[in-house]
Design a protein around this ligand. Structure first.
Ligand code: ADP
Length: 313
């Protein structure tokens, strides 16, 4: 144990999948995410005492933060309990990693209070326990970028192999979150279990192109590669105006556009803030016309993952 018995941390919202990179690619947004305060208590139990922002379970075994903390308590053989407060900055079911932000924040905070026995990358598998609770699948493409920062490639799940990629300096994300509910569990159920070799070849060509484009800061290659021929055709039907947003954003000069996570949020990449703001205006205009409430974000790819806001009282 270190001297502090309370820590306040932030973990960012994230965009997973990133068009062709289903389950293997994600990145964090700037300035939007969850704040979690963790306090050491003598009684060996995990109590969630406050959740601000959205209505979520207080029972530790039903909240992703509680599940993640429990797993770390067991594995690190921690001999005390915790009180948890969560300020939700990310709406559940938004497609920008609401459960992941809480899971990443929880893992990061426990590690801090335990004197950092684990490296940030090692926390990913713990945060994945939270994703398992939220969606039934312990995917890492939200929790890894939320913990580590920058574009994250999950090369393999078994064994877990996480690669942090540099982000092109002038790459901006514009994201619209229409206020309709798309549950990750449901949007996974509709996916086809079998795909043709022809589609698989197209998809892995695009994944390789996208990763190379990110690595070389080749904006044109990024744009050419942002093409998901497997998941998007099935999932986009759940998102109002998806085709129109994509077509109008690209026509205006965005590099590419796709579903954020499992939706309903939609994101576009642009070179430069000016273009990202123009795409922002286009997305606003489209949703304004169909009377759906929405939030809009323009963000760089955040180089920062989870971090400590305040240590101690
Ligand atoms: P997202 O992709 O935005 O995380 P999901 O639909 O995958 O949204 O997950 C939200 C689910 O996880 C909901 O059923 C929600 O009740 C549950 N959940 C449990 N704890 C949390 C938490 N701390 N934050 C967000 N969602 C949580």
């Amino acid at each position: 144990m270190n001297n502090n018995d309370i820590v306040k941390v932030f973990a960012p919202a994230t965009v997973a999948n990133v068009t062709c990179g289903f389950d293997i690619l994600g990145f964090p947004l700037e300035n939007v995410g969850d704040v979690l305060t963790l306090k050491v208590v003598k009684e060996k139990q995990i109590r969630i005492t406050k959740i601000e922002g959205f209505d979520l379970p207080y029972e530790a075994s039903k909240n992703v933060a509680g599940v993640v903390i429990q797993k770390l308590v067991e594995d690190l053989e921690i001999g005390f309990g915790f009180e948890v407060e969560i300020e939700k900055g990310v709406k559940p079911g938004s497609g920008i990693g609401s459960s992941a932000a809480s899971a990443a924040a929880a893992a990061f905070a426990v590690n801090e209070l335990a004197g950092r026995p684990l490296k940030t990358k090692e926390l990913v598998k713990y945060a994945m326990e939270g994703e398992k609770l939220a969606s039934g699948i312990s995917h890492a493409d939200n929790v890894a970028p939320s913990l580590v920062g920058n574009f994250i490639l999950i090369r393999s799940y078994d064994p877990l192999d996480i690669i942090r990629l540099d982000s092109p300096a002038d790459l901006f994300c514009t994201l619209v979150h229409p206020h309709i509910q798309v549950n990750t569990k449901d949007s996974r159920k509709i996916l086809k279990k079998q795909i043709s070799l022809e589609l698989a070849i197209k998809q892995w060509g695009n994944v390789a192109g996208l990763i190379t484009g990110i690595n070389l800061s080749d904006y044109n290659l990024i744009g050419r590669s942002m093409n998901d021929v497997i998941i998007e055709p099935t999932r986009s039907i759940l998102i109002p105006m998806f085709d129109k947003i994509k077509e109008a954003s690209i026509r205006a000069g965005a590099l590419g556009c796709g579903i954020a996570g499992s939706g309903p949020s939609v994101f576009a990449f642009s070179k430069g803030k000016k273009m990202a703001m123009a795409v922002n205006d286009i997305m606003r205009e489209i949703y304004r016309n169909i009377d759906i409430n929405f939030d809009l974000y323009v963000s760089k790819i955040s180089p920062k993952g989870a971090f400590v806001i305040k240590n101690g009282n």
